[in-house]
Write a protein that binds this ligand. Structure first.
Ligand SMILES: *[C@@H]1O[C@H](CO)[C@@H](O)[C@H](O)[C@H]1NC(C)=O
Ligand SMILES: *[C@@H]1O[C@H](CO)[C@@H](O)[C@H](O)[C@H]1NC(C)=O
Ligand SMILES: *[C@@H]1O[C@H](CO)[C@@H](O)[C@H](O)[C@H]1NC(C)=O
Length: 575
């Protein structure tokens, strides 16, 4: 209908050069114009849009509190909790320096070493003992480091048993670290220590987190009739540069802003999308701290043997138990793999849901709501893929965005997924589908036939931790309200997991950011009637390479844990 534009080139030119301001002021009249004129205008619009980013990215005042202290003022208790949480994740930094960082003085995994420490009985370990590996960090010149703050991962594993567990790393603050492992299975076991980032690199990441929350930016399309404009959006925008549209959640005060379109009103926002990633965040010297194969996730070798043989528990078990030091209890991992199956240590007795009929049986008459980022979308995708009767209902949603829904009419099962609200970094979410998890939870009736699974972490890593604490506080309140009005509602929270890191990904999504968010998440939901699926340890303990979206074998273990919690073993079937 509107294909032949050439005839209207004159109109187009005329409008573009002289009439445009008049038209913009008279939107409603223009809406009724014929389609030829409109398509010409659309072309003009798209040219304007394509030049929008990153030409007019705002200049940030790079101070620490800019994003963190937006939104409602926290209550005194909230502030106290926030201070406690921030203290609990305090990370030692390199001592202050007068000259810029030089790579050769930073931690080098190749020059660093670890050694398995002998026990009182020499080199004899039993199930129930603790294994300690002492790590000493050196710089690129081979000199020992004298301060802490390196980000290390430790794992104990036995490929022949499909067994693995996450170690706890203690920073002694002097270049030495202890990796601690409880010994949970008999046989040979191997220690693996990895430098994720040097302490110098962590200091850079921390600076970026506090000062550059703008390093991931967002955009929204505004449209009315034939007019459209795209502007920049974020949790905080410098207010002194252009007028803002304020999309702050009225109930919780969760902030969100876009620059006001030049012509259109703030209520014409059509969608929300990831805008992009700022580049050139580092100096040349800092960039050397983030090199694949050099100082990002590189194995540290053992100075002697890296393996031990674990013997069956000592005969005198009572003695073992009384000799377990209180700090050892804190070191307890949340679970471990054996025969490639996750065995939680938090009370859930794991069942394996290998047959789709077992899953159907468990979820019969249940409604399952999944809210969050793409890591819980993986859970959503896993279920219909394994259970043919659970059919995805076509909501005409964009691929990978949602919302999504799957239904099994025969067994009365409903499964839904919806992404979390801003700062979601998905490509394009319709403004009408942009919801905060806490508001969604407030809309649920809940009850014993309702399961809620949440996963919210990855899209918060570019912001100061206060931003994440504030969001979790609102979600936690909504969870508690839901549990109060509908006791028996099953709530499951999936934590952050490790991912593949390269120099670029590190600056936005480093595991160091995820680690810190995870500790906050665990602390804030501790003691509540909520099941935490420890995706961090489940990806650390596994032999698969780290991936933002863990492979199906790990997802199956997570789903098995969810289902084992929903449908625990009965006494009879456990025997
Ligand atoms: C950070 O910058 C903003 C914007 O200029 C300013 O309002 C705020 O007071 C600054 N905060 C600090 C702690 O300097
Ligand atoms: C945005 O709206 C919220 C809620 O009405 C308000 O508290 C906040 O001050 C507003 N922000 C700005 C920059 O005006
Ligand atoms: C489930 O499948 C796994 C892997 O194929 C197998 O090791 C396990 O024994 C199975 N469990 C049950 C209960 O069938």
């Amino acid at each position: 209908m509107c294909r032949n534009l050439s005839k209207y080139a004159l109109i187009f030119l005329f409008l573009a050069l002289s009439g445009i301001i008049f038209l913009l002021r008279n939107i409603h009249t223009v809406e009724n114009w014929n389609c030829h004129t409109i398509s010409a205008l659309y072309q003009l619009q798209s040219r304007i849009q394509s030049s929008f980013i990153p030409v007019n990215l705002p200049t940030f005042h790079h101070n620490r509190t800019f994003c963190a202290h937006l939104g409602q003022k926290p209550s005194p208790e909230d502030e106290l909790e926030e201070r406690y949480l921030l203290d609990s994740i305090a990370w030692p930094g390199p001592p202050p320096r007068t000259s810029p960082i030089v790579l050769r003085q930073t931690s080098d995994p190749v020059h660093s070493l670890f050694a398995i420490l002998p026990t009182k009985e020499g080199r004899e370990w039993h199930v129930g003992d603790q294994l300690e590996a002492l790590v000493q960090m050196h710089d690129f010149q081979g000199r020992p480091k004298h301060y802490g703050g390196d980000f290390l991962l430790a794992r104990l594993h036995s490929p022949e048993f499909g067994a693995g567990l996450a170690g706890k790393v203690l920073d002694h603050g002097n270049g030495f670290y202890s990796a601690m492992f409880p010994l949970l299975w008999v046989g040979s076991a191997q220690v693996e220590v990895t430098l994720v980032h040097s302490s110098e690199a962590v200091a850079v990441l921390r600076r970026l987190r506090e000062e550059r929350p703008d390093r991931v930016f967002f955009k929204s399309l505004f449209r009315l009739g034939f007019l459209s404009e795209t502007t920049l959006c974020n949790m905080c925008l410098p207010p002194d540069q252009q007028p803002l549209c304020n999309y702050t959640d009225l109930y919780t005060g969760e902030p969100w802003y876009c620059y006001k379109p030049k012509v259109l009103g703030c209520d014409t926002r059509i969608n929300h999308a990831k805008g992009g990633y700022l580049k050139h965040l580092l100096t040349n010297k800092e960039a050397l701290l983030f090199q694949s194969g050099v100082n990002i996730k590189v194995r540290i070798h053992a100075s002697g043997p890296d393996r031990i043989n674990v013997l069956p528990p000592r005969k005198d078990r009572a003695e073992v138990e009384s000799s377990v030091k209180p700090e050892a209890i804190q070191l307890a991992p949340s679970g471990y793999y054996y025969e490639d199956s996750w065995r939680p240590l938090n009370g859930v007795i794991m069942r394996q849901f290998n047959e789709s009929s077992a899953i159907t049986q468990c979820l019969k008459n249940k409604v399952i709501y999944m809210y969050g980022d793409s890591t819980v979308r993986q859970w959503f995708e896993h279920l219909p893929a394994f259970v043919p009767e659970l059919k995805q209902f076509n909501l005409h949603s964009l691929k990978n965005i949602g919302p999504f829904m799957a239904v099994d009419n025969t067994h009365n099962i409903l499964l839904k997924y919806r992404c979390h609200g801003p700062p979601i970094r998905f490509n394009t979410v319709k403004a009408s589908e942009l919801r905060y998890i806490f508001n969604e939870l407030d809309g649920l009736s809940g009850g014993p036939n309702t399961i809620v699974a949440l996963s919210i972490w990855s899209h918060f890593s570019t912001f100061p931790v206060e931003v994440y604490i504030r969001r979790l506080r609102h979600i936690r309140r909504a969870v508690l309200r839901l549990l109060d009005r509908a006791p028996g509602t099953i709530i499951v929270i999936r934590s952050a997991n490790l991912q593949a890191l390269d120099p670029e990904v590190s600056l936005y999504n480093s595991d160091w950011y995820s680690l810190q968010l995870n500790e906050v998440l665990r602390a804030m939901f501790k003691g509540l009637n909520v099941l935490l699926v420890d995706a961090w340890q489940m990806t650390l303990a596994h032999h698969f390479p780290h991936a933002l979206h863990p492979p199906p074998a790990i997802i199956k273990n997570m789903i098995d844990m969810l289902l084992s919690h929903v449908c625990p073993v009965t006494k009879k079937s456990h025997q």
